[in-house]
Design a binder for this molecule. Structure first.
Ligand code: HEC
Length: 129
């Protein structure tokens, strides 16, 4: 009788553990999409500015700052990733910081600053997306 109870208890705990683990897996999904969508929004606004030849320096700084800030949630959005993923994320941060420091004042400068950022988005996507 006691053994049967222990087996039932073990099963219940096992099922609960699986449910929690599955919830945790699903919970990180929305954040990973949200972080990427936000980065895409700010990078897209900058790309659009270059395309339409309207590169306001203050707007550029704002979008680059938001792009950089959003990256602070990358690690949290992708729990348990490997070191090369984190290296790509660090590279993106470096490139975004460099772009901010360059303070692009016109479209030519903005296009130059965006190139290494776009390349880093691409290289991580090729490996992990
Ligand atoms: C460190 C790796 C990495 C970097 C750097 C990175 N991404 Fe991503 N991106 C991913 C992964 C992984 C996915 C798939 C996410 C998922 O399915 O949950 C993704 C998905 C996306 C998506 C699709 C979102 C969705 O809802 O599925 C967009 C848009 C995106 N990334 C934009 C960007 C932009 C713009 C940049 C650069 C500013 C960037 N990413 C840089 C790893 C990265």
């Amino acid at each position: 009788m006691r053994n049967a109870l222990l087996i039932v208890l073990g099963l219940v705990i096992g099922v609960m553990g699986t449910v929690f683990a599955l919830n945790a897996l699903h919970e990180h999904q929305p954040l990973s999409h949200t972080v990427m969508t936000m980065m895409d929004h700010h990078a897209g606004a900058l790309r659009q500015a270059v395309k339409s030849r309207q590169c306001d320096a203050a707007q550029t700084q704002l979008h680059l700052t938001r792009l950089l800030q959003t990256q602070a949630d990358l690690k949290e959005a992708f729990p348990g990733v490997d070191q090369p993923f984190l290296d790509e994320a660090a590279k993106l941060k470096d490139k975004t910081q460099a772009a901010l420091q360059a303070a692009p004042a016109d479209c030519a400068a903005l296009a130059t600053a965006l190139k290494p950022i776009a390349e880093t988005c691409q290289s991580c996507h090729q490996q992990y997306r």
